[in-house]
Design a protein around this ligand. Structure first.
Ligand SMILES: [Zn+2]
Length: 260
């Protein structure tokens, strides 16, 4: 009889241990799955040795993280929806060309990043220029609305609004927000006298770019001469604009001026 009781006790202990161990393992694997899903560097759950002592608080931490993670996902989805809405409602296209100047702006949530087609065209252009011993590189590409907001406000504080408006776009009116514009090399007047500048002016249309703010066109484009600022239009459109000798504003007979 004693042996039976002893055997029963031993069996119970074994079962409890197994179940406990199995449970812990499962929790650990759940947690590590969640951690990899969240991929957040700030996880407070990384210490798996403390899981059994703080299972409850860990689990609640996990579920609150899951919640915030799905909230983020929902926010992203909304942003995409808004983006599409914005594109339909507020963005100006002519002949398939996205128009951004002082008259035609972009919504705050228009946030496409660098356009991959424009970027590969630029790289091809740089590679061909390099064969002629020229050194071209991108010094500024895509800028978000908020980045442009910071930049413009700094310039306006430094030089005054009227002066800043000649060389910097107000937030929501920068071509850099399209992801289709690049500033090359030194973004200052020193670029004008380089071989690179001359080469870009002569050849960039072959790669789908135009010099967006040519010399002597400030009253039309709204910006002073910027030989370093190129805008991607695709090869056909760039050729068409280049061969016309006109700016985008002149070619399509549109204005570039702020409403206020
Ligand atoms: Zn620029």
């Amino acid at each position: 009889m004693k042996k039976v009781v002893l055997a029963f006790l031993l069996l119970s202990i074994l079962l409890v241990t197994c179940s406990c161990g199995g449970n812990t393992t499962k929790k650990q694997s759940d947690l590590s799955d969640l951690q990899s899903i969240q991929s957040a560097a700030n996880s407070s759950l990384s210490s798996s040795s403390e899981i059994s002592s703080s299972t409850v608080s860990s689990q609640s931490a996990v579920s609150s993280k899951q919640q915030s993670s799905s909230e983020n996902a929902a926010a992203d989805a909304n942003a995409t929806v808004n983006n599409v809405k914005s594109e339909n409602k507020n963005i100006k296209y002519i002949n398939g060309i996205l128009i951004v100047n002082k008259t035609y702006g972009l919504p705050k949530d228009y946030n496409p990043g660098v356009d991959p087609t424009a970027l590969s065209a630029a790289k091809k252009m740089f590679a061909d220029a390099a064969k002629e011993g020229l050194d071209l590189y991108i010094s500024s590409s895509f800028r978000s609305y908020s980045r442009q907001n910071t930049l413009y406000n700094n310039y306006a504080a430094q030089d005054g609004k009227a002066a800043a408006d000649r060389y910097s776009a107000r937030p929501g009116y920068s071509e850099h927000q399209t992801g289709l514009a690049f500033d090359l090399n030194s973004v200052d007047s020193s670029f004008e006298n380089t071989k690179e500048c001359a080469w870009v002016a002569k050849n960039c249309y072959k790669y789908g770019f135009i010099i967006r703010y040519p010399k002597g066109k400030e009253s039309i484009t709204g910006y002073m001469y910027e030989p370093w600022h190129i805008r991607y239009l695709g090869v056909d459109n760039a050729k068409m604009i280049y061969n016309s000798g006109k700016t985008i504003e002149e070619y399509f007979n549109i204005t570039s001026s702020y409403a206020n």
